[in-house]
Design a binder for this molecule. Structure first.
Ligand code: CU
Ligand code: ZN
Length: 170
């Protein structure tokens, strides 16, 4: 009996499967775009670890978000708005937290003169799959302009690149 209760407890706390991994293959939203790269996701005890490696961007900062739907059609517009299961205002999740930022608010990724960009960020409380704060099947969007953190969505312009987040390993 004790053993059954313990097993149930372990199941209850592990809604996020620690160690599961995902990938979004990023592509430009227009046929002539040279944008490409990958964004990988890994569940850790600290939250969802995001590792982005992009190329083909214009130099400078670009808003970088998880959008609600995993559909990159219509030049990225089919991905809907920022992933926002807690109905929060727009912000920067690692700094502002879940009540003052959308769950998909990853801030900016900054491209160098050669168009490449790298970002490593951990999103507290979020996971790849399981529960309301999971991102598998949604989309990563990199915008044409910087996120200035104004309402309602950071004034970041069009959607330059998009990729759907798929579960790809452990
Ligand atoms: Cu966005
Ligand atoms: Zn947002």
């Amino acid at each position: 009996m004790k053993k059954i209760a313990f097993s149930f407890l372990m199941f209850a706390v592990s809604t996020a499967v620690w160690g599961e991994a995902g990938t979004a293959v990023m592509k430009g939203t227009t046929p002539d775009s040279k944008l490409g790269g990958t964004v990988t996701f890994k569940d850790t005890k600290e939250g969802l670890k995001v590792t982005a490696r992009l190329a083909g961007l214009t130099p400078g900062p670009h808003a970088f978000h998880i959008h609600q739907f995993g559909d990159c059609g219509d030049t990225g517009m089919a991905s809907g708005g920022h992933f926002n299961p807690k109905h929060a205002p727009h912000g920067f999740l690692p700094k502002d937290g879940m009540k003052k930022a959308h769950a998909g608010d990853m801030g900016n990724i900054t491209a160098l003169e050669d168009g490449t960009a790298a970002l490593d960020i951990t999103l507290p409380r979020m996971s790849l799959s399981g529960g309301r704060l999971s991102v598998a099947g949604r989309a990563v969007i990199v915008h044409e302009k910087a996120d200035d953190f104004s309402q309602p969505a950071g004034n970041a312009g069009g959607r330059a690149g998009c990729g759907t987040i798929a579960i790809t390993g452990e």
